[in-house]
Write a protein that binds this ligand. Structure first.
Ligand SMILES: NC(=O)c1ccc[n+]([C@@H]2O[C@H](COP(=O)([O-])OP(=O)(O)OC[C@H]3O[C@@H](n4cnc5c(N)ncnc54)[C@H](OP(=O)(O)O)[C@@H]3O)[C@@H](O)[C@H]2O)c1
Length: 250
């Protein structure tokens, strides 16, 4: 049987590193976006904090792309279609970063745009570029996952909150539109702070390699976890999945 591949968009960050680890742990190969060569080096350095195996490194293909630009991920998919990069059956979108604490009335236009562009738009572009490919491939057990933050419900930091709110809406539309397709869509709703392993230990937060288990479980869950918001609100939630439906009856 051919090993399946997970396309991880935003692979070099805290959640991306965890996604790569989770995909490898679940037995998948990885196609990972990197911004440039130094960001690729950062990914391998982050991973080596828990796993220094050459075998695992060989299971990762990196591709340089600007995930924030409208056509960045689309161009990667074109290369996949031409056979220049490995075919993929799964996607995990985890682009993000800006986290300004500025109160709502003081959020200037530049700050608003930065949060919406990097935290929201890039993940929307990733969705728009990869879903047609997955639908066309018709692989029976494809998945599409995204990590959102509970800041979107808390609203303590206005700009990140608004960008997460937009992602929540993207997720409900995606869950609805993909309901009867070959693509099992899920939102991973995170209310804990996750960082790459060394920095997590320093800051007393959750290690990327620990959070990786959530993605392993999502990949392995099968049809019972489709169109869900997977809730990660406590460390217990990392050990076993807990979820609610994204799409209601209304
Ligand atoms: N970490 C958490 O605890 C946590 C909790 C809840 C929700 N989330 C959500 O998860 C998502 C990712 O968070 P994170 O902590 O993993 O963020 P991060 O460590 O800052 O990583 C974000 C990823 O996006 C890429 N990126 C950011 N700005 C970019 C730009 N201008 N151009 C190209 N690539 C860019 C980064 O590339 P480089 O590595 O090259 O910078 C990296 O791959 C966010 O939407 C966040 O809200 C995270």
């Amino acid at each position: 049987m051919t090993t399946e591949t997970v396309f991880i968009i935003g692979a070099t960050g805290n959640i991306g590193t965890s996604a790569v680890q989770g995909a490898l742990n679940a037995g998948y190969n990885v196609l990972a976006t990197v911004r440039n060569a130094s960001s690729a080096a950062k990914l391998f350095k982050n991973l080596s904090q828990t796993d220094d195996s050459d075998v695992n490194k060989q299971r990762i293909t990196t591709v340089e792309v600007d995930c924030v630009s409208e056509n960045g991920v689309k161009d990667v998919v074109k290369k996949v279609e031409k056979g220049e990069l490995p075919a993929f059956q799964h996607v995990y979108a985890c682009v993000g970063g800006p986290y300004s604490p500025t109160p709502l009335l003081q959020v200037d236009t530049k700050t608003l745009h930065e949060h919406m562009t990097i935290n929201f738009e890039s993940n929307f572009f990733a969705y728009r570029a990869t879903i047609p490919y997955l639908l066309t491939q018709s692989h029976a057990t494809s998945t599409w996952s995204i990590c959102t933050g509970s800041q979107g419900s808390l609203g303590i930091f206005a700009a990140p909150a608004m960008s997460q709110g937009a992602l929540f809406s993207l997720c409900v539309s995606a869950a609805r539109e993909l309901q009867d397709t070959n693509v099992r869509f899920n939102e991973i709703y995170l209310a804990l702070r996750v960082e790459t392993d060394r920095s997590a230990v320093e800051h007393g937060v959750v290690r990327a390699s620990e959070f990786a288990n959530v993605y392993v479980e999502v990949l392995r869950a099968g049809e019972r976890v489709r169109g869900k918001r997977v809730l990660v609100e406590t460390r217990e939630d990392i050990k076993g999945l807990r979820w609610v439906d994204k799409v209601g009856d209304a």
